[in-house]
Design a protein around this ligand. Structure first.
Ligand SMILES: CC(=O)N[C@H]1[C@@H](OP(=O)(O)OP(=O)(O)OC[C@H]2O[C@@H](n3ccc(=O)[nH]c3=O)[C@H](O)[C@@H]2O)O[C@H](CO)[C@@H](O)[C@@H]1O[C@H](C)C(=O)N[C@@H](C)C(=O)N[C@H](CCC(=O)O)C(=O)O
Ligand SMILES: Nc1ncnc2c1ncn2[C@@H]1O[C@H](COP(=O)(O)OP(=O)(O)OP(=O)(O)O)[C@@H](O)[C@H]1O
Ligand SMILES: N[C@H](CCC[C@H](N)C(=O)O)C(=O)O
Ligand SMILES: [Mg+2]
Length: 495
């Protein structure tokens, strides 16, 4: 696409110089590290860096045009001045990448917990239906079977539009994607044409960023208020899928113009589960979808996974799939890596690796394990650095109250002092209460395994699928599953 044509999509702008030599745009980017010849670089004022200070680097690397919101001095390439580069970036990328989301069935999932799980179940349902699928979320971006790395759960809008464009080119028809609250506030999904928007739940997280639960809820509501109610590309109507057991889900019904499909367990929802029986190998329940009923035996464990299953089923049903076909996939779905992932051993000590890094998810994971544990429950847990400090004492108190043997350690300390993070956690315990603490996560896992007896279960919480640990600026290889297997193997050899 020619630069002049692309920037025409911005109605209000000042181009300096007014006349410039047109060129074919090779890449649109907001990141100097991506710039190649004939790129357009959008200068964004971020929390850490101001992109306007990097325009010279962008030009040196080959940028042929800059989009800016602040006056730049002595720059060799044309500059397009706009009021807000973040908004311009959303508009330009939608146009440059051929409004890809309009050609796709887009299912967006938001909520504090369950996004990764629900998006994976949705992916499995549509794959079984014979479609090529796309997935965007915490673990990766996926185009069919091809896996692309990702920095954020919800990428920046340019990366997102570029990815969707590639998905269209490769024949994807349905995309399930996680939409984080932070992305919603930062406009990372501005202009994305969602067909179905799903809400899982809202509990405490990210208050370092949102400050109050009201702001956090408002951030999540944007997915529903921005959904609209127009017809989708294939003649479907837009649907908001809401968990009405959560009061915020009921509130979102007032925020959306789309048709609403409710799900839940406690409330009188359109998609509802009852008679739930949780065991160590799976969960059984009755499903009611309007007037129709089924009995399901799924492999995923836990009450919260029943919610995830209902959410995914509702999203697929809202997209017109046959319930019987959806149910077949639900019953065979094995679960997601790092979410209540069971590691067994001849020692008869089991480890469970789970991505519970919020108070609510830790409570859910422990309650689920307590439901079927025959022996004691150990809980190895830490809290991430540069993230909500307020959740630390809460997670510590939950680990103490709901496990027999809590052990505190490091998660991803990032730029913070790991000792200080553990000290923050300890403030959540009653006075005089002592818990073993280990700065090194490996030591904490080994300690748990060494003290466990046959029949005991060790929950290793907070890092799930992550195969790294971020300490300071460094990212080291670290994988809870590998660590648990290693420690269990050592124990097996000793006995
Ligand atoms: C605090 C926060 O949300 N930051 C996000 C935000 O960064 P920012 O706008 O502040 O960017 P910045 O680092 O100051 O840089 C400003 C500009 O300079 C550019 N730059 C920067 C350095 C350079 O060498 N060259 C360059 O061009 C950057 O590309 C950017 O355009 O926008 C970036 C692009 O979208 C994000 O990658 C970045 O996520 C950081 C890495 C992050 O840790 N975010 C977390 C808090 C987050 O967003 N998490 C949610 C998940 C939460 C959940 O699970 O609910 C997520 O969606 O990932
Ligand atoms: N519906 C749910 N309700 C409460 N807790 C859940 C739910 N689903 C999963 N969890 C818990 O939350 C953890 C994270 O699950 P998942 O990765 O699916 O959530 P997420 O919303 O994608 O998280 P993130 O914000 O980190 O991307 C799981 O390991 C489990 O302990
Ligand atoms: N999406 C979450 C993931 C947290 C995972 C946990 N292991 C941590 O590093 O805090 C976040 O970015 O806050
Ligand atoms: Mg996720």
């Amino acid at each position: 696409m020619q630069a002049s044509k692309l920037i025409n999509s911005l109605k209000f702008k000042k181009v300096i110089p007014n006349r410039f030599e047109d060129f074919s745009v090779s890449l649109l980017t907001q990141d100097t590290r991506e710039v190649v010849d004939n790129s357009i670089f959008v200068a964004v004022k971020g929390a850490k860096v101001d992109g306007h200070t990097l325009v010279d680097t962008a030009v040196q690397k080959g940028a042929s045009m800059i989009i800016a919101q602040e006056k730049l001095s002595s720059i060799e390439v044309p500059v397009v001045y706009v009021r807000d580069t973040k908004r311009a970036m959303a508009i330009l990328s939608s146009y440059f990448y051929a409004t890809a989301s309009e050609a796709l069935r887009m299912i967006g999932v938001t909520g504090t917990n369950g996004k990764t799980t629900v998006t994976h179940i949705i992916e499995a349902i549509f794959r079984a239906h014979g479609e090529k699928t796309g997935l965007i979320g915490t673990m990766y971006r996926k185009i069919g079977d091809e896996i692309l790395a990702t920095k954020n759960t919800t990428p920046d809008i340019i990366t997102l539009q570029r990815t969707l464009n590639k998905m269209v080119e490769r024949g994807v028809s349905t995309v399930s994607m996680e939409v984080s609250s932070i992305a919603l506030v930062q406009g990372r999904v501005w202009g994305i044409d969602f067909d179905v928007a799903v809400f899982t739940n809202l509990t405490r997280d990210h208050l370092d960023y949102h400050k109050t639960m009201a702001n956090y809820a408002h951030a999540k509501s944007l997915l529903f208020s921005q959904l609209g109610n127009s017809y989708t590309h294939n003649g479907d109507t837009k649907v908001a899928v809401l968990n009405i057991d959560d009061p915020i889900g009921r509130q979102f019904e007032h925020d959306t113009a789309a048709q609403v499909l409710t799900y839940g367990i406690k409330q009188d929802a359109m998609v509802r589960a009852s008679n739930i029986v949780i065991h160590s190998q799976g969960t059984d329940f009755d499903l009611q979808l309007f007037e129709r009923k089924w009995h399901l035996k799924v492999k995923m464990v836990g009450l919260f996974n029943v919610y995830n299953i209902l959410a995914a089923l509702a999203a697929a049903y809202a997209s017109g799939l046959d319930p019987e076909e959806i149910i077949r996939t639900l019953e065979s779905f094995p679960g997601v890596r790092g979410r209540l992932q069971l590691i067994t051993s001849p020692t008869r000590i089991a480890a469970i690796v789970d991505y519970s890094h919020t108070p609510d998810s830790l409570l859910n994971a422990l309650e689920t394990i307590n439901d079927f544990a025959k022996g004691r429950v150990f809980c190895v847990v830490g809290c991430g650095g540069d993230r909500d400090h307020g959740k630390r004492p809460k997670m510590a108190a939950i680990a103490l109250a709901h496990s027999d043997y809590p052990i505190f350690t490091s998660d991803n300390p990032r730029s913070e002092d790991p000792q200080k993070i553990i000290a923050d956690m300890l403030t959540g315990l009653p006075e005089g209460e002592k818990v073993p603490t280990f700065l090194k996560r490996r030591k904490a896992i080994e300690f748990a395994v060494n003290h466990a007896l046959p029949g005991d279960i060790i929950l290793i919480a907070g890092k799930g699928h992550e195969d790294y640990q971020i300490i300071g600026e460094h990212k080291y290889h670290f994988d809870d599953v590998e660590e648990a297997q290693r420690a269990l193997k050592m124990k097996e050899q000793e006995s």
